[in-house]
Design a protein around this ligand. Structure first.
Ligand code: ADP
Ligand code: MG
Length: 151
C-alpha cells in the first residue's frame, strides 16, 4: 500500500497513524492505542471497551478478508479526535466487501442454515455511531468508523 498516493490527506496535529503487519494479533496494538487516545480526550470506560471491540474486528477483517492473510501486505490505521468525535479508519489492500454486510440471522445459524459469520461487522455497527465500507482507488479499502464522546 503506497500511502504517498495523490488522494492521501496529510495528517494534522490531532491524527495518529499506524502501519501494521498483516498478521492476526496486531489488532491488540491498535486496541491499546485507540484506548489510550480515547482516554486522553475524555471517553469513559464503557465507550472505550466498545471502541476496542469494534476496532479489533475491523483489523481482524482487514488481515483475513481484505488482505487475504497475505504476508507482506499491510494494514494501515488512522485515528483522530475532532469536534467531539473519535474517528478511526482501517485500510487494507483488498477490493472491499461485496454488497452491504448483513446482520447475522441467529435462528438460521443455530439451525446450521447459515454459516456462523457476520458478527464482526454486526458489532461494529452496533457499537459505533457510524460505520462505512469504502473503496479507495483500485487497491485499497477503508472501514471508516466514528464514535461521539458521551454518545
Ligand atoms: N476488510 C474487508 N474486506 C473485504 N471483505 C470484508 C472485509 N470485512 C468484512 N468483509 C466481508 O464481510 C463479511 C462479514 O464480516 P464479519 O461480520 O466480520 O464476519 P466474519 O469475519 O466472521 O466473516 C466477511 O465474511 C467478508 O465477506
Ligand atoms: Mg470478521
Amino acid at each position: 500500500m503506497n500511502e504517498s498516493k495523490e488522494n492521501r490527506v496529510p495528517p494534522d496535529d490531532q491524527t495518529v497513524e499506524m502501519n501494521l503487519p498483516n498478521r492476526q494479533g496486531f489488532e491488540r496494538v491498535v486496541m491499546g492505542s485507540v484506548a489510550a487516545l480515547a482516554k486522553n480526550v475524555g471517553f469513559g470506560a464503557s465507550q472505550i471497551e466498545d471502541l476496542k471491540t469494534a476496532v479489533a474486528e475491523a483489523c481482524i477483517n482487514a488481515v483475513q478478508h481484505g488482505n487475504k492473510n497475505r504476508a507482506g501486505a499491510r494494514v494501515f490505521v488512522t485515528m483522530n479526535f475532532k469536534d467531539g468525535i473519535l474517528n478511526v479508519s482501517v485500510f487494507d489492500e483488498g477490493e472491499g466487501v461485496k454488497g452491504k454486510p448483513k446482520d447475522p440471522d441467529i435462528a438460521r445459524i443455530i439451525e446450521s442454515l447459515d454459516p456462523p459469520v457476520g458478527f464482526g461487522t454486526f458489532l461494529m455497527r452496533r457499537l459505533m455511531d457510524s460505520v462505512e465500507f469504502l473503496k479507495v482507488g483500485n487497491q485499497k479499502h477503508e472501514v471508516r468508523m466514528a464514535m461521539r464522546l458521551g454518545g
